[in-house]
Design a protein around this ligand. Sequence first.
Ligand SMILES: [Fe+2]
Ligand SMILES: [Fe+2]
Length: 187
Amino acid sequence: MTRAQAQDVVDLLLQQHEQIRSLFAQVESADGERKRDAFHQLVRLLAVHESAEEQVVHPAARDGAGDAVVDARLHEEDQAAHVLSELYDLGVDSPDFDARFAEFEQAVLAHATHEEQEEFPMLRRTTDPDRLRRMAGAVRTAEALAPTRPHPAAGESRASNLMAEPPLAIFDRLRDAVRDWRQSQQD
Ligand SMILES: [Fe+2]
Ligand SMILES: [Fe+2]
């Protein structure tokens, strides 16, 4: 078994939480094109990450963590997708962007901390390790279908100003793909 196959879904999600924290810091420390690029990477990663959690991880956590905890996380993810869409519409150059982005960061990082403290440890305790490894397929499925980064050599500035798909369309598409993947599994 390769190392990648041995990673379970919680390993992958925890790695992504670190990448998410790092991208927030990059957006905050960059300007212009680099800021926009980091923001678009954040949109992409959050769409991959939250789709896998919503469709596969939270449902599996319901029994152990309880409905109240899972429903709270789902609500936060739904809110986050809409705020992300508003930030995208605003654009990184808007004078209002930084303040709203800082609020968004606080909400997303609090959400991730809740998952790390309340949900993931319980999921590891109550779920068969083989099943947790299979569930990593949800993250890989979303990752494989997420938009690729625009090629800088294309020299088209508009390509980096706008993503080919707006954030909510990416979230919807990846959610559907992970749902199809889940339904194809005989779990
Ligand atoms: Fe989440
Ligand atoms: Fe998460």
